[in-house]
Structure formats: C-alpha cells, structure tokens
Design a binder for this molecule. Structure first.
Ligand SMILES: [Zn+2]
Length: 401
C-alpha cells in the first residue's frame, strides 16, 4: 500500500477511537486528531450534548488543543484527521488556523463544507488547506449509522427515566430571561403558524436538545394505550419515539402548521394518524375515547385562563382512567411569568397585533399555576414528575382522568 495512505489510515483510526468515545457518551460519534511531524498533538471528539454548546465539534476542540500544544494560533505543518467531513464552522476554523492538510472519512451531505454541500476550499482565501476525502469512509460512516440506528430503538422504559434534575436557580433564570428579551427586542412578533411554517427545515435539528424528553414521554404512555391524542404535534418528534413501542397505536395529531403535519406524514406513511390542521383550542376532539393525550413543548404560549379551557377539553377527550402527559417550559419564578405576559402585551401594542391573532412569544406559567389549571379541569391525580437531569425548566407532568 502507498505509504501516505497507510499513514492516513492509521491516524484516521485514532480519530475513530475518539468517535467511539463520543458514542459511549451518547454524543454523535465524530472524532478528530491533529498530527505534526508524525506525532499526534491533539485528540478530540464531538461533545455538543454534554457541554450544551453548538461550537463543540471535534475539529474545533482539536484545533484549540493543538493551539495550546504549539503555543500559538497558527498550526503550520499539521494534518487534521476527522471522521466526518467538516461543517462550514469547522472548515472556517481550519482555514483560520492555517492547518496544512485535512483528511476526512465520511461525506456529509447535510452540512459538509469541503466538497459535499459546498466547498470552502474553492474560494481564494489567504490560506487553503490540501484536502483528502474518503479515508476509511466505510468505517466512519458505519459508526454514525450504527449510532443513529441504536438511538432510534431506545424508548425509555418508564422505570429508567430519571427525574432528578434540579430546578433552575430563580435569580439566574430571571437574568437569562431578561437577556433573551433584550436580544429579541428588535424582532417583530410573528404569527404562530408562519413562525413554524418558516422553520420547518431546521425544526427537528433545533429540537434535538430535547431528545431525552421525547423518550421520557414515550416511556410514560400507558402500555395498554390504543388511541392517542397529540396536541401541537409539530413534526411528531414524540410520536417517532412512541411508535417504537406502540407501532399500531391510533393517533389524532393537531397542529397549526401544515408544513409540520406534512413532514410528520412523510416520516410515518404507514401509521394510523389522523392529521388535523388548525387551532387545538377549537379542534380538540372531545370524544371521550382517548387512552392518552400528550402535549410536548407547545403550551408555553398561553394564559392561565386559556390553558384551563384547553385542559378541560383534553379531560373530556380522554376515556375514564386516561392519562394526560405534559412536557413543557415553565417559569421558575413568578417574576418571569409576570414579565413575560407584560412584555407580550407591550410588543403586541407596539407591533399593532389585533386581539385574537395568535403570535409566537414564550409566556411560561409557574409550575404552581400550571398544576392548578390542570387540577381545575377535573383530573383526579395530578403529579409533577420532575425535571430531567441537566434541564431545570422543562417540567414533566402526568394527570389521570
Ligand atoms: Zn463542525
């Protein structure tokens, strides 16, 4: 075998070892190493989930480590090995760091910026690395597909869901909320359906951070459930998990966004799903024969009164003994709840939004208010199950009719 290829494959195996560690940590398995003068000077792996940071790709972390090792921001004479084609951010960092050569394994048709989706190295930047692709491609791709196949099969068994997450510190949460309001100050309020129609392409990627919540909700659906109502289903991220355990469950799914519903249908063409496009306040079927109803990340836009009205409808939609599962953003203090509603009012007036027009703006209730509204609807048994580890503001609530 050609000597260079032999060397490239051996360093790519070191990158694959890093990727395997990422998989063990339940991260998308992508690994990278940086080599100079025949020595590995940096090893890193994707750690986006653990660090909850969008920039923590393997290449970025490897470049940071190599800069520390070489004591400067330029990395001349280095080769970066990575198991998946770099994205635009990482390709940019590679160019900035003057990495001399890049060797990658699998192609990335969704985000690849070194040949697949686009090719940043075609532009006349001050520095352009030499690129070699497809080294140990099959192994690199295989590791990713095995990881995703495993993920798809894992709906959480109910006794294994950990509800021991700590609630956010109220002071910090308020400061963060105020920051978010400042950041969005310039934005005009958007109509709810438009908001989601416009974001259909990135929705699933955006919601990936709640993967554990979807699994938890799927794990909480009663084993005997035959009919399920999904309030504000979006593209059906909780349904993806629920269908794994309940392949034959009959679903009625309501959402304002037609595009989201089309995406749901496309993902599950063979499932028994009745799609209802519109406002769940007026379209919630009060048929009394659903075994379970779920509402995931959808109700944090309504007032106490509006929610109370909906909870009554959900109550009536359920069969006796039926279970309502809610998973949603809650305000960790009364100040956040009050601030959100007063800010929404102010912006509605500012943007001239007529009453009754439904806009996208987060107005979470406190846990206390949320539970009060559910209890008032008539549910006999209402329980806050807890927060998942690492998330102190997404409450999971179970109520039984
Ligand atoms: Zn990247």
């Amino acid at each position: 075998m050609d000597k260079t290829l032999e060397k490239d494959e051996s360093y790519m195996r070191a990158a694959l070892d890093e990727a395997a560690k990422a998989a063990d940590e339940d991260e998308v398995p992508i690994g990278a190493v940086i080599v100079r003068d025949g020595k590995i000077i940096a090893r890193a792996r994707n750690s986006r989930e653990r660090s909850r940071c969008a920039t923590h790709h393997a290449e970025i972390l490897a470049i940071e480590e190599a800069c520390r090792a070489l004591g400067g921001w330029r990395l001349p004479g280095t080769t970066l090995y990575v198991t998946l084609e770099p994205c635009p951010m990482c390709a940019g960092a590679i160019i900035n760091a003057r990495v001399e050569r890049v060797v990658y394994g699998a192609f990335d048709r969704r985000f690849g910026a070194m040949g697949s989706l686009l090719d940043l190295c075609k532009y006349p930047f001050n520095h352009i690395p030499e690129v070699k692709c497809g080294v140990l491609e099959e192994e690199c791709r295989g590791m990713l597909s095995r990881y995703f196949a495993g993920k798809r099969k894992k709906a959480a068994p109910p006794d294994q869901i950990r509800f021991d997450g700590e609630a956010d510190d109220p002071g910090e949460a308020l400061a963060e909320f105020e920051n978010a309001l400042r950041d969005s100050e310039e934005c005009t309020l958007e109509k709810m359906a438009d908001f989601f129609d416009d974001r259909v392409d990135m929705y699933e990627e955006h919601m990936r951070g709640w993967a554990e919540h979807y699994r938890a909700i799927a794990g909480l659906v009663p084993p005997s459930a035959v009919r399920l109502l999904d309030i504000g289903c979006g593209s059906g991220l909780e349904l993806d998990r629920i269908f794994e355990t309940f392949p034959d469950i009959r679903v009625t799914a309501i959402d304002l966004s037609e595009k989201m519903l089309l995406m749901l249908r496309k993902k599950h063409p063979d499932k028994d799903i009745e799609l209802i496009c519109g406002d769940y306040f007026s379209l919630c079927p009060e048929s009394g024969d659903f075994d379970a109803a779920v509402a995931v990340e959808t109700l944090h836009h309504f007032t106490f009164e509006k929610k109370s009205e909906l909870f009554q409808k959900i109550y009536r939609s359920l069969a006796p003994g039926g279970v309502f599962l809610e998973c949603d953003y809650i305000a960790t203090s009364k100040q956040i709840e009050e601030l959100a509603f007063s800010e929404l009012e102010r912006r509605r007036r500012r943007d001239g939004i007529p009453d009754g027009v439904f806009v996208h703006f987060d107005t979470p209730l406190t846990l206390e208010h949320e539970l009060e509204a559910i209890k008032a609807a008539g549910f006999s048994d209402v329980n806050f199950l807890g927060f998942l580890p690492g998330d102190g503001h997404t409450a999971i609530i179970r109520a039984v009719k």
